[in-house]
Design a protein. Structure first.
Length: 209
DNA sequence: GAGGAGATCGTCT
DNA sequence: GACGATCTCCTCT
């Protein structure tokens, strides 16, 4: 972690808030995966908030099931699910025990261990490669960080022993844009997607300001 | 560059 | 048995 300089690790209280506030606050923070051979780090540039049982688009809308139980658990835990038969998506639980809520990590800007993340994505690093393909989009980002449900679901983001944590290195987000969420049908009009304005690693269609 | 469709499987009804 | 918080490839312009 020496290469990252001095950072503050996020604590459980950070996540014990409304998912909308957590989603905004997470922008600009560093998502860090510690592996035996390298430290993978990415700056969070895009998030989506999923509210509790009042949000039709959230998995928690149908109530607690084995799949979504983490959303109802304590804050600061990883909720990982498998989607479309191909991809994993990484979320962090918000609010306290018994209250559902989560924030989906949609994209990060690679800042450390880039070669390892590219390798995990099957991308050859050279002058022509598009770095956005490493971690721009929930499925891509999860693959770059080696996130799977078996390995990471229910894992704590706030335990000092965890290999999946979030840090604040003092980066100041210039401006935040709020848009509707991507890929959902129900409650699609709710503006619960947050992105760092102008950041090229944000996924989805280009945003006009 | 934009748009459409297929891939593929866990989860819930 | 249907559907999904996605990605990639292919076609068309």
């Amino acid at each position: 972690m020496d290469s990252l300089g001095r950072v503050d690790w996020l604590k459980e209280g950070f996540f014990d808030r409304d998912p909308r506030r957590v989603a905004r606050s997470l922008l600009g923070k560093l998502l860090i995966r510690t592996t035996p051979g390298a430290v993978l780090a990415g700056r969070i540039v895009e998030t989506e908030a999923y509210l509790g049982e009042s949000d039709e688009a959230a998995h928690s809308f149908i109530g607690k099931t084995p799949r979504n139980a983490v959303m109802f658990g304590p804050p600061g835990r990883a909720y990982v699910y498998f989607i479309y038969g191909n991809h994993y998506c990484l979320n962090v639980s918000c609010l306290g025990e018994g209250v559902a809520g989560a924030v989906l990590f949609r994209a990060i800007e690679p800042v450390g261990g880039i070669d390892r993340m590219a390798e995990a994505r099957g991308i050859i690093l050279n002058d022509k490669c598009d770095l956005r393909k490493i971690s721009s989009g929930p499925g891509r980002m999860a693959q770059a960080l080696g996130v799977t449900r078996e390995r990471d679901n229910e894992k704590s983001f706030v335990s000092p022993k965890s290999d999946l944590r979030i840090a604040d290195d003092g980066y100041r987000v210039p401006r935040i844009l709020t848009t509707t969420r991507i890929g959902i049908v129900k409650s699609a009009a709710m503006p619960l997607r947050y992105v760092i304005a102008g950041n090229k690693f944000v996924s989805g269609p280009k945003l006009t300001l």
